[in-house]
Design a protein around this ligand. Sequence first.
Ligand SMILES: Cc1cc2nc3c(=O)[nH]c(=O)nc-3n(C[C@H](O)[C@H](O)[C@H](O)COP(=O)(O)O)c2cc1C
Length: 318
Amino acid sequence: MTRLHTPLNELLGIEHPICLGPMGLISTPPLVSAVSNAGGLGIMGTANYDHEGLRKAIQETRELTSKPFGVSIMAGFPTAEGHARVAIEENVPFVTTSAGSPKKLAPMFREAGIQNFHVVPTVALAMKAKGAGCTGLVAEGSEGASFKSRDEISTLVLVPQVVDATGLPVIAAGGFGDGRGLAAALCLGAIGIQMGTRFIATRESPIHDDYKAMLLRLAETETLMVGRKSGPLRVARNACSNRMEEIERNTDDPAELRAHIGYQHFPKAALQGDVEQGLVVAGQIVGMVQDLPGVGELMERMVEEAASTLDARTQLAR
Ligand SMILES: Cc1cc2nc3c(=O)[nH]c(=O)nc-3n(C[C@H](O)[C@H](O)[C@H](O)COP(=O)(O)O)c2cc1C
């Protein structure tokens, strides 16, 4: 089998430089362990866990895989420090932080010898994360699913600038779905990629079948950013996001915006399969999602395609 060797493989002891992005309700023990067992790095979403819930999920994942996996912590949430302590006590080797400043958490992870990559949408925030002591970065462009920065910098533009400005190891995220994208990320200077949308559409993903079926139908033009006034969030266009857009047009009241726009409508789509009235979170790469492979099959074909793409492009420079 083809292998791509990057510094991420060495850093984390993994076979493929491909990470499962943390996603509440989705990146739970079954999918996290499936990605790690297939040679990538599963990263657990913690948004739906309290501290003991996170500890249980980490222990459950350990029963499903002996390979490394990571957890992700929402740095600006009140649960952050408690989640960080659990990750340290449970000896998780890799933690990503997002949605807030890593200033408080980065020194805790550094002292515990844990790799801490912070998710950044701009060069300025990447420099701040470096200053806080993070050991690496996830540079995530605006084409990706879920919470996004108002600056809306694309992955293609963001990754090489973050690599150059910080000199830190960088995982590229936002808009990856095949081996050509993986090859492109490595050419931009990243040491690996993180995917959300593409991994939701796999056999092992614990999400309602109607959500997966919707991802197969959507074109690249059928996502939008809602919450531009309250906290931008990339989602699929449907009755739910149309209603959110309408509310945003009609009010500036923060309490009303918060009450109607956000993840509270996600379980309806993710668990109950109501993909019209519920929030379908997806990135622009959804237009490329055409099948529901197993995660192992998906990763193997991506690595094969990345290797042959890199090989073929080398022939161009003569
Ligand atoms: C349903 C959903 C929930 C997500 N939750 C989180 C989260 O809690 N923390 C985080 O850092 N990223 C979160 N993300 C972002 C993903 O981890 C990943 O970085 C992103 O989906 C990459 O872009 P892509 O969808 O184009 O692959 C979420 C994405 C989705 C689709």
